[in-house]
Design a protein around this ligand. Structure first.
Ligand code: ATP
Ligand code: PRP
Length: 216
């Protein structure tokens, strides 16, 4: 995708839960996609605001698009940002949507400090950092979903995953053992765009802040 023209703003939004929560927030700032992003097969969507376009992509791809300037701004979970290996963006605003927690979980009797723990997770960088900071040696096994299965079938002792209601852990006889951090979605901004499109981005941040404050 060519870089966005100087008077345009490309907004990258994570598919799924974040998109569901982000659409009402964007709508409160007057930005409404002209087609339903959950139904359209189009990858770049025009919006009600001339010059503002949405790209709806996988959560893990949002920081990449923003770092490389293919999108000027993005909306991504703090979990994804903590896992992302790069810093080519600013993170000016906590949008307070798609809230959950990143935790270490396992069977109720599982130890979290013994040597040679096996930890299954989609968040391998986060898990490595967490256990290294505690001085605990562990082997991290990368998975792409359904982490809760790993301790049940002997793939791992522990998992690092997101928890919201706790229903998934409970349904699988697992418990939260350690709290790593709170998660919510953040607005991220490409560093170059922050300078070249300053007025447009400042207005978006102000509008979103107002929408959050109004409890949209
Ligand atoms: P992908 O398909 O790219 O692997 P995913 O299946 O994790 O993404 P979602 O489940 O929609 O996609 O999650 C996207 C983001 O939503 C996560 O990065 C996190 O910030 C947030 N999230 C995930 N699970 C929950 C949850 N149970 N409650 C609230 N927010 C969540
Ligand atoms: C997410 C997360 C947990 C679950 C937590 O999974 O990975 O499994 O939600 O939510 P809860 O505490 O409210 O039960 P998701 O539904 O996205 O499926 P996934 O395993 O395919 O990522």
């Amino acid at each position: 995708m060519p870089a966005a023209a100087a008077d345009e703003l490309v907004v990258a939004v994570s598919k799924g839960r974040i998109l569901k929560d982000a659409l009402p927030l964007l709508a409160a700032t007057g930005i409404v996609p002209v087609e339903d992003p959950e139904r359209s097969r189009k990858l770049i969507l025009d919006t009600s605001v001339p010059g503002i376009r949405l790209v709806v992509i996988r959560a893990t791809d949002v920081p990449t698009y923003v770092e490389y300037g293919a999108a000027d701004v993005g909306i991504a979970g703090k979990d994804t940002l903590l896992e992302y290996d790069g810093d080519g963006y600013y993170e000016p605003l906590d949008l307070g949507i798609a809230k959950c927690k990143l935790v270490v979980a396992g069977r109720p009797e599982a130890a979290t400090t013994t040597a040679r723990l096996r930890v299954a997770t989609k968040y391998s960088a986060v898990a490595r950092r967490w256990f290294a900071e505690k001085g605990v040696q562990c082997e991290v096994i990368k998975l792409y979903g359904s982490m809760e299965l790993a301790p049940l079938v002997g793939l791992a002792d522990l998992i690092v995953d997101l928890v919201d209601t706790g229903n998934t852990l409970k349904a699988n006889g697992l418990v939260c053992l350690e709290h790593i951090c709170e998660v919510s979605s953040r607005l991220i901004v490409n560093k170059a765009a922050q300078k070249t499109k300053h007025a447009r981005i400042a207005r978006l941040i102000a509008d979103l802040s107002r929408a959050i404050g109004a409890g949209t």
